[in-house]
Design a binder for this molecule. Structure first.
Ligand code: NAP
Length: 505
């Protein structure tokens, strides 16, 4: 069977898209482009934007350059900075969604809690109890599901005793409490990931005192964030090609340097480490502080942090890096194991996300009653990140092992949508009713990933959200070019293609 089998009868599928973040908006645009309008985007919140809607913390910005972090078909000459602030990115997604009429396809406040495949269709429920047999209200019956549920949207709360005893205000960084005043207050931040570093650099000048509770030192890559001048923006406005050229050169640079460093290129890794160490050496004066900020594991084992202001911020007279482990939280603040109480008004938990849940806690029941809970009990895997054996016509964007480390997720998602749209065209052709990865193809793919992971930096002995409970990174261990090649067109030999007659419909 070849992909040209499409377009013969041109059946019109009913499709559900899960999530109205970056990937969901993209899918809604691409479906319309393909002439498919019988679809609904289900969004659990009351606004689109995904991670950029949920994260509103002070200092939020994207550490992927602005002209890389954009849809290829909507370059934006108006980006204010080399790295865009979060609010600008949210506004960009809202504007693109409006331009492409995406909102009219979205059902807000609609969290799909269960989807079950029966009689050749997916039955979607809202309000079903997780793990239950059903119990929800069936809101849709569709031919195809595209899950665009995102990766980093399940906040992880730390297991620290006494959190409920705190008399001040405590919240997770992704649930920022904008009613809690910061100016002139004593602020504690738990964590030193990308989020905590951005918050620290942003708020230190406003607060009375900032205590940053560090469990593990981080590698920090220096990167300035200048504003684009009017001349530069004028160039982008008058010659959009200049934006494409910039995108292409930045992508090439990332792929050839950092992209290679993380998958085993020692020379490139040394360059990354040298730049980070020089950053620390040049910008931190006190030898004791310098020692406490020096990581004891390889650079980029955890997600590399990009920041130009953090070292300066943590050396302000009102800032303190606390490296004595936390014992517990009390009404007055955080008590560390040396018995000291760090008195606080606000405590921010910048403790990250569970990056292995994907569309869960939604229950997913595939063909013959196979339960995703069982399939993913030991490892969260998909074939080429997009299809799971036994779950026909269910496709994922930014699924397991997508190349998410410091690349533009938009670029990745666009390539995956392009691949999935080719499978949908096959379905539209009428000859094929069910499309799911073959088990042996998925097994081969995941075995190759596992083998290649051995050479990557993510398994060199640090703890990070990249690793699942068995220590396997949910990352892409090959080159970015290989990912692009893989996503160019599906190899139909890898898929179980069930025709209408044999599916009994
Ligand atoms: P993270 O990188 O997972 O960092 C969580 C931090 O919390 C770590 O420093 C961790 O310490 C600490 N922590 C967790 N539990 C703790 C506990 N019980 N006690 C003390 N410390 C604890 O989370 P994140 O900073 O929110 O970033 C998550 C991801 O979001 C990033 O890797 C990135 O992919 C994305 N992000 C991107 C941007 C951007 O600019 N594009 C900005 C922010 C976030 P350990 O290191 O010791 O585990």
């Amino acid at each position: 069977m070849d992909l040209d089998a499409g377009a013969k009868t041109n059946r019109s599928p009913r499709i559900a898209v899960i999530g109205a973040g970056m990937s969901g908006i993209l899918t809604a645009i691409k479906l319309q482009e393909a002439g498919i309008t019988d679809f609904t985007v289900y969004e659990k919140a009351d606004r689109l934007g995904g991670t950029w809607r949920e994260n509103t913390y002070p200092g939020l910005s994207c550490d992927v350059p602005s002209h890389m972090y954009r849809y290829s078909f909507e370059p934006n000459p108006e980006w204010s900075h080399r790295f865009s602030p979060g609010a600008e990115i949210q506004a960009y997604f809202e504007a693109v969604a409006k331009k492409y009429n995406v909102e009219s396809f979205i059902k807000f406040n609609s969290e799909i809690t269960r989807a079950a495949y029966r009689d050749g269709k997916w039955h979607l429920e809202i309000g079903a109890e997780s793990g239950g047999e059903s119990g929800g209200e069936t809101v849709d019956v569709v031919d195809i599901i595209i899950s665009a549920a995102g990766v980093l949207h399940h906040p992880v709360y730390p297991d620290i005793a006494g959190l409920d005893d705190f008399a001040g205000t405590v919240f997770h960084s992704a649930r920022w409490n904008h009613d809690a005043p910061l100016d002139g207050k004593r602020i504690g931040i738990v964590g030193t990931g990308s989020t905590a570093v951005q918050i620290t650099a942003d708020i230190v000048s406003r607060v009375a005192h900032l205590s940053l509770f560090q469990r593990t030192a981080q590698w920090i890559f220096p990167q300035e964030n200048p504003a684009f001048s009017e001349d530069e923006k004028n160039l982008f406005r008058s010659q959009p090609q200049a934006m494409d050229d910039l995108h292409a050169s930045l992508t090439r640079l990332f792929a050839d340097t950092f992209g290679q460093a993380v998958i085993g290129d020692k020379e490139q890794m040394k360059r990354v480490e040298d730049a980070c160490l020089a950053n620390l050496e040049d910008n931190v004066r006190d030898p004791d502080l310098k020692a406490r900020l020096t990581p004891d594991y390889q650079a980029a084992c955890k997600r590399l942090i990009v920041s130009d202001g953090f070292y300066e911020a943590i050396q302000q007279p009102n800032a303190e890096l606390v490296t004595t482990p936390i014992d517990r939280v009390e009404a007055g603040g955080v008590r560390t194991r040396d018995g000291r109480l760090h008195e606080l008004d606000v405590l921010v938990l910048a403790t990250g996300f569970d990056g292995h849940s994907f569309m869960r806690p939604m229950d997913l029941i595939g063909k013959g009653g196979v339960d995703l809970k069982d399939v993913w009990a030991e490892a969260t895997q998909a074939h080429r990140s997009i299809s799971i054996p036994g779950f026909p016509n269910f496709f994922m964007l930014v699924g397991p092992n997508s190349p998410i480390g410091n690349f533009s997720l938009i670029d990745i998602s666009e390539r995956q949508v392009g691949y999935i749209m080719q499978l949908i065209e096959l379905w539209r052709g009428g000859a094929v009713n069910e499309i799911a990865a073959k088990q042996d193809a998925a097994d081969r793919f995941n075995a190759a990933l596992k083998e290649a992971m051995k050479d990557t930096v993510w398994v060199t002995g640090c703890q990070s959200w990249y690793l699942d409970k068995n220590g396997n990174p949910a990352m892409w261990p090959f080159s970015f070019d290989r990912f692009c090649d893989d996503m160019a067109a599906p190899d139909l030999e890898e898929y179980e293609l069930v025709s209408q007659s044999s599916s009994g419909l």
